[in-house]
Design a protein around this ligand. Sequence first.
Ligand code: 9MR
Length: 588
Amino acid sequence: PASEPVSAIRLNQIGFLPDSGKRAVMADASKSPLPWRVVDPSGNTITSGRTTVVGDDAASGDHVHLIEFGRLATPGTYRVVVAGHTSRAFPIRAGLYAPLAAAALNYFYQTRAGIPIEARFAGGARWARPAGHPKEIAPCFKGKDERGTDWAGCSYSLDVTGGWYDAGDQGKYVVNGGISLWTLQNLYEREAGKARFDFADGPARIPESGNGIDDLLDEARWEMRFLMAMQVPDGGRARVPVGRLSRGAALTFRDIDAGGMAHQKVADCRWTSLPTRPQDDREDRLLYPPTTGATLNLAATAAQCARNWRTIDAGFAAACLTAAQRAYAAALRNPEVYATSSFTGSGGYGDDDLADELYWATAELWATTGQARYGEALRRMPAFTATVREPNWGSVAALGTITLATAAGVPQADAARARAMLVTAADQFLAEEARSGYRIPYATLAYPWGSNSSILNRAMILGLAHGFTGEARYRDGAVDVMDYVLGRNPLDQSYVSGFGARPLMNPHHRFWAHQLDATLPGPPPGVVSGGPNSTAMSDPIAAAMKGGCAPQRCWKDEITAYALNEVAINWNAPLLWVAAYLDERQTA
Ligand code: 9MR
């Protein structure tokens, strides 16, 4: 199906919940307020008002008028009419986010490695494919990297079959797998047993549906097992670079006991071309050196896993806890083994500040075990009291704080303090709305790679603040984020495939590559694009736009635009979290 033409009136293309704020935006040069009305299908005016003139907005490049019709709560189908422009029809109804939540979870099934993707679970024959990398027994990278540095390899191979492909590429990364898995496990921890939102064993359509276990947990376990398989066996040794890795400088190495650490990634030795069906990948698949960052990602998520599974599968929970404790001990023994970006064929996910990863892992282990030593260690860490920022793959302190705020088993006073920190962060995000022309809780003019995930992760924190305080304004802030992601933006673009009048169609992806090869499918529904990127415009399409686009317009729906339009597990995870949260029944 083709996209509809751009509409002058930008609003959430899937519509509105009856009990949330409702906003639309129109770009218009007029300096004075314009009359607007909302009409029903017969043309009757249901409510009306005048626009708020926000004025010139640097993020969008638009002169913005705001249309606020938040009091309209009656379910129905409507249009907004402003100064001769009529919007597309949109619904107001409860339950709007359930299909999005289910589709966003199904993305993780569709990106599974090591298992055939079946038509009956994938939503149709076009998304079915044979297993990619069905028996992945990978040796360590040995030899020279891009910079000519010699890597020693290792004496073992690991069976790392399974897990999720990261994104449009077919690498499987422990850093980034970690935050993505955490987000699913955290959603489970939050939602289990709640009345409305319930993936309970069925609606997500995965092979495990019907096994008596919540589909969200089953999907999370698929990745958890992979992360555990990436752990270095006891006695495993590695030759790793020493200290922080300054660009250009030659590396020096030392040999360490790497037992219990996790390899950074398993990935192709060289970049595969676009498109490449996963089952047709002929590149060598290699384990890249263990890193402290990957090890702490494993420790954190495996500790969280142990909590979630304790009463469901005690054996798996115990295996998770053992993996977490081994990883944590290995990270303390080797606290400064950093990832290099000098291997081709896959992304780097290099991070030379691991204090936040250590805090996160410590918080998860404390919440799971209650052991005092973790609590004592936490209290000495800066992140225990520092300002909370939205998380991303390399900045994960918020994940630890969210666990402290929400997991059963954290002492009351510490949980209350963590909640207060998150509410403070949420207040700061809301304060940014007033500075944002399109009224989103994100006022930066420097849109990073994967900006949609930054914004969605802010919505997650807003949703948590709403839960802690019961104050509707936090939920409305999360709705503003979804409104933006689903169409209330200067491009009139729904960044999610299959949802809205102008959905994402051509993500950077090696299999959902119909733009290049008509025998391949486009994206299944429920996949979010990374979104506008005004700071790292490295692909050819982005490079051509550089300097010529307002930040929110630095985006194009093109498969080759990998810096603008890739999809990724760490981006779909907060889409899922926020959609599921907005589907919760309101008690207030
Ligand atoms: O999301 C990552 C972004 O923060 C980085 O700036 C970018 C460049 O290093 O890489 C992004 O991650 C990509 C990863 O390296 C490889 N798989 C696709 C990811 C999404 O583009």
